[in-house]
Design a protein around this ligand. Structure first.
Ligand SMILES: NC(=O)c1ccc[n+]([C@@H]2O[C@H](COP(=O)([O-])OP(=O)(O)OC[C@H]3O[C@@H](n4cnc5c(N)ncnc54)[C@H](OP(=O)(O)O)[C@@H]3O)[C@@H](O)[C@H]2O)c1
Length: 320
């Protein structure tokens, strides 16, 4: 089968589409024929080994000959003899950042892993980007314990995480102020944001508004900058570690001594989370934003684009 293999840490040019052995499911696994995947910031982090710790998963000295691709949408082509919850032909979408494998024509997964049925109203290409950005957003929104009517600011509302966060926060009945570039103002309004700040013309720290929760979905702000905008008891979360990993230390420090707090939740995903997000999508509360689609053979170009840090929402890879 064809798979995109990262042959060296560093530049995206080291990713090569090549032939590798088609996997065979064991008795508890399903074989998934992949129709669509994405290139996202999680894949990019593991591909480049920007944080050395990721090499414990992908290979210490050089990458193992295994495809990346943490998001995948496809159909079940075969099942192991013990598999009871799936049947051949089921259309599924999933997220897996331990084994990866979506950048290939086939992958195998234990039947209990984090994937679920694709809603009927979604094609494979529309479904592939359902989970990466959204599960990070969900994890952070839950950590902040957002309540009905609370004032929330989403900085970087046009990225994969930010565009999902705006929609999820509206589902949880928050009042959302979204910050993005001029070119994305209209898009972010369609996602449901109550107020939009164009960061090229307005300083989001100078609006005079106070927030219960500030969610920096692109990790470009700092707590020092955002603290004056938080109400008493307010929460700040960034998706990045911050300068000198300050967000981790601030999370420890503010948890004990201060009313305004920095949180740094460790992201996780369960089958229930996958089903919850799919249910929202099926019922029209959440739709992943798709920026570009690339053919499988163009995956290096997709990596280059995603690594500019300027994509809007998600970048889909057509495998079929
Ligand atoms: N904590 C974790 O486990 C985890 C996991 C995955 C990703 N991440 C991190 O989370 C961040 C977001 O991921 P993502 O996939 O959502 O990113 P993304 O889709 O690549 O974000 C791109 C968006 O960021 C916006 N942006 C770029 N620079 C900006 C700035 N200075 N101010 C405001 N917006 C800016 C761009 O919008 P404009 O065109 O409007 O500027 C673009 O739409 C990344 O830094 C990524 O490394 C963390």
């Amino acid at each position: 089968m064809k798979a995109a293999i990262n042959t060296k840490y560093g530049s995206p040019d080291a990713v090569k589409v090549m032939e590798i052995a088609k996997p065979v499911p064991n008795r508890n696994e399903v074989l998934i024929k992949i129709h669509a995947s994405t290139v996202n910031r999680t894949d990019c982090g593991f591909r480049s080994a920007e944080y050395i710790i990721t090499r414990f998963w992908t290979g210490l000295v050089r990458p193992r000959k295994k495809p990346l691709g943490c998001e995948f949408a496809g159909e079940i082509e075969a099942i192991g003899e013990n598999v009871t919850s799936w049947k051949i032909g089921d259309r599924i979408v999933g997220f897996n950042d331990k084994q990866f494998g979506g950048h290939a024509e086939y992958m195998t997964l234990n039947e209990n892993e984090t994937f679920a049925q694709i809603p009927d109203n979604f094609s494979y290409h529309e479904a592939a980007p359902l989970l990466e950005g959204a599960h990070y957003a969900l994890c952070d929104i839950r950590a902040a314990k957002v309540k009905n009517g609370q004032n929330v600011l989403v900085y970087g509302a046009s990225g994969a995480i930010g565009s999902a966060a705006v929609q999820l926060l509206k589902y949880f009945c928050a009042c959302v102020t979204a910050v993005c570039n001029s070119k994305n103002v209209e898009l972010v309004k369609t996602l449901g944001a109550d107020h939009v700040i164009d960061y090229t013309t307005e300083d989001f720290t100078k609006t005079g508004q106070l927030f219960d929760f500030i969610f920096d979905a692109v990790g470009k702000s700092s707590y020092g900058q955002c603290k004056p905008l938080l109400k008493k008891g307010g929460i700040y979360i960034s998706t990045e570690l911050g300068k000198n990993a300050e967000n981790v230390f601030l999370a420890l420090f503010t948890s004990v001594f201060y009313s305004k707090k920095v949180l740094f939740p460790v992201p996780s995903i369960s089958r229930k989370d996958v089903e919850f997000l799919i249910d929202l999508a099926e019922n029209g509360h959440y739709k992943p934003v798709i920026d570009r689609m690339y053919d499988f053979e163009q995956i290096v170009e997709a990596y280059r684009y995603v690594e500019t840090g300027q994509k809007t929402g998600n970048v889909v890879i057509k495998i079929d």
